[in-house]
Write a protein that binds this ligand. Structure first.
Ligand SMILES: Cc1ncc(COP(=O)(O)O)c(C=O)c1O
Length: 432
């Protein structure tokens, strides 16, 4: 196992290895029922011959290790702190590996995800959303009281949001203020976030009057810039940086040890690196927090097209880590074939899966999936169109590349981590 695979400081993670394997986990070998995940991993079974059932999603051990190391190098080289978005994998084991690869903490999107991270011992969490849920705020206040080392930052994007947060935190008897950053919207018609600088100032004013909150910076998500292109994304990031400078000049960050400026998914981190390098000296050191999440598995579709490494190939290349293996269950005519993986198993919100390789059921050999195209997904089937050169029969396994990491991870609760020779070295537990 790679050094970064070790469980490290999060003792809660050792429990993942103690979970029993059974019918809850798709694709795992029926004859492994009752073993713990740790015991099964120690057997080092082969994905193809070790009793796994189809469909089964495999995550390449080498590609994940490569991607973790590459983004560590990238953020270090560009002076960025890293809080990878955990909603992508919702896998505490991967969060821990991200931390061991230098991440400052983990970004999350909703309270449940924060609970997952806290249950596994994570102490620095950036919630890239406004938190106005009174029950979640009550829980958060208790967590902050119970653990002085717990650092939590979330967005605020409205005066009403500030009012709701303050009311809920007061009622909960919060003992220390919750750190908040004003979210600047990525443009007219974009997703969440305050639309104008004047409105940002009004939200910051509201925070200043709320004793349960502390303004620690500004943030946003360039991935939602309408009609995004390098120019528009750079321009929006410059607005974000200017907002930080303006708030600082106005004394809004007085007394802070650190000012947070955060942006960045997996499509524009080159622009974030460019513009964050221009952040002027402020009254306190700036935590330039990048939040890419999809990079961890990367993909064979959406992010393969959008990755900034296409623009800066000299800085590296991410490797697509997912391969979904499904079995041909019907070959009714020379133009059609059907595998047993469908919408329950594959991401399909951005692109359909792409057939990459065929594993011959007769002799275990692998060949390129020539002449095989996935044209549709039913709940439990993939529709394949085959041209005359396609060599495919019932029983063969088809290995498919996927598009969109976030909607691939969420369909699988225990994902084999597989080395190039097919050896399964570990299992990644997800909590969606
Ligand atoms: C607010 C926010 N930050 C960061 C990210 C991470 O972006 P990516 O999934 O491209 O890595 C997302 C993804 O949706 C997001 O919504």
């Amino acid at each position: 196992m790679a050094a970064d695979n070790a469980v490290g400081q999060h003792t809660e993670l050792t429990q993942l290895a103690d979970e029993r394997v059974d019918f809850r986990f798709k694709g795992l070998p029926p004859d492994a029922d009752g073993l713990t995940v740790g015991e099964l991993a120690a057997q080092g079974r082969n994905l193809f011959t070790g009793g796994f059932t189809t469909p089964v999603l495999a995550l390449s051990a080498e590609c994940v290790a490569h991607n973790l190391a590459l983004m560590e190098t990238y953020s270090t080289r560009h002076g960025l702190a890293f809080a990878p978005h955990g909603k992508t994998s919702m896998a505490p084991e991967l969060f821990a590996r991200q931390e061991r690869h230098g991440a400052w903490g983990i970004t999350l999107a909703v309270p449940h995800q924060v609970r997952v991270a806290r249950a596994h011992g994570f102490r620095r969490i950036f919630l890239a959303n406004e938190l106005v849920d009174a029950a979640a705020l009550r829980w958060l206040a208790a967590e902050l009281t119970a653990d002085p080392e717990f650092r939590f930052v979330c967005y605020v994007d409205s005066e009403r949001g500030v009012e709701l947060m303050d009311a809920a935190l007061r009622e909960a008897g919060a003992t220390r203020p919750v750190d908040v950053v004003v979210e600047l919207g990525a443009g007219d018609g974009a997703r969440t976030g305050v639309r104008t600088e004047a409105e940002c100032a009004a939200v910051a004013d509201a925070v200043a009057t709320a004793p349960t909150l502390r303004l620690t910076g500004v943030a946003g998500y360039e991935g939602e810039v309408p009609q995004a292109d390098p120019e528009r994304v750079h321009a929006w990031l410059r607005r974000l940086v200017a907002l930080a400078a303006e708030f600082d000049k106005a004394g809004r960050f007085a007394g802070l040890d650190e000012i947070v400026v955060s942006a960045g998914g997996s499509a524009w981190f080159d622009a974030v690196a460019d513009v964050f390098a221009e952040i002027p000296e402020l009254s306190a050191p700036v935590l330039k927090l990048l939040r890419s999440g999809a990079y961890v598995s990367h993909d064979d579709g959406h992010y393969k097209e959008l990755t900034p490494f296409n623009r800066v190939p000299e800085e590296g290349t991410l490797q697509p880590a997912f391969r979904l293996w499904a079995q041909v269950v019907s070959r009714p005519n020379p133009e059609q074939a059907f595998t047993n993986a469908g919408k329950r198993d594959a991401a399909y919100d951005l692109h359909l899966p792409a057939a990459q390789v065929v594993r011959d059921a007769r002799d275990g050999s692998q060949r390129p999936a020539t002449g095989i195209e996935v044209t549709g997904l039913s709940d439990q089937h993939a529709w394949l169109r085959t041209s005359p050169e396609a060599d495919l029969e019932v029983g063969d396994w088809v290995g498919m590349g996927l598009s969109h990491p976030c909607t691939s991870f969420d369909k699988w609760q225990l994902i084999p981590l597989v080395e190039a020779d097919g050896t399964v070295t570990d299992y990644i537990r997800t909590y969606f």
